[in-house]
Design a protein around this ligand. Structure first.
Ligand code: FEO
Length: 184
């Protein structure tokens, strides 16, 4: 069936569709950036951090695909984003996780902006769909803050970095516990 702005089957406004496509771009960029971080960690011997980031990259792709399904199902057109500006090298493991936190805070701000937009426009279906992301971001922020905190708690001297790498493997469990069960 042909879809247009006048199609009664279409539930998304063009503006909401554009904002959702922007979110698709953010999730796609997250997936690519985490993949790049995973590769850097692997090349430096941070094995556990690398596994964590490879898995996280997959999760971000899933976040993106979930949006694809919603946008197309609501009569819009989900667009494969151009991914540019990926950082490939890092000064330290600490820099990697500082970036993770910074990035997740930006994703949360973008989700909040989208939620605000749907409420103002009385698009309750999209508002409801986005609640999954609101919960997911709560958990992702807990994990990212904990990762950065590990550098302060353990310290990077001596076997510190090795221990931090080991602790990164427990982050997901920590995030689920501290967010009340997890969103995924
Ligand atoms: Fe899907 Fe980590 O934002």
């Amino acid at each position: 069936m042909k879809k247009s702005a006048n199609n009664p089957a279409r539930s998304l406004s063009k503006e909401t569709e554009a904002l959702l496509n922007n979110q698709i771009m953010m999730e796609g960029k997250s997936s690519a950036q985490y993949l790049s971080m995973a590769s850097w960690c692997e090349s430096k011997g941070y094995e556990i951090s690398s596994q964590f980031l490879y898995k996280h990259s997959e999760e971000e792709r899933m976040h993106m695909l979930k949006l694809f399904g919603y946008v197309n199902g609501a009569g819009g057109h989900a667009l494969q984003p151009e991914i540019k500006g990926i950082q490939h090298t890092f000064k330290s493991l600490r820099e990697v996780f500082d970036h993770v936190l910074e990035h997740e805070l930006a994703v949360t701000a973008s989700i909040n902006n989208l939620v605000d937009h749907t409420l103002k426009n009385k698009d309750f279906a999209t508002f409801n769909f986005l609640q999954w992301y609101v919960n997911e971001q709560r958990e992702e922020e807990i994990i990212a803050r904990r990762a950065v905190e590990l550098f302060e708690l353990i310290g990077e001297d001596g076997v510190g970095l090795f221990m931090i790498d080991q602790e990164i493997g427990k982050l997901e469990q920590f995030g689920q516990k501290m967010s009340g069960g997890g969103a995924a």
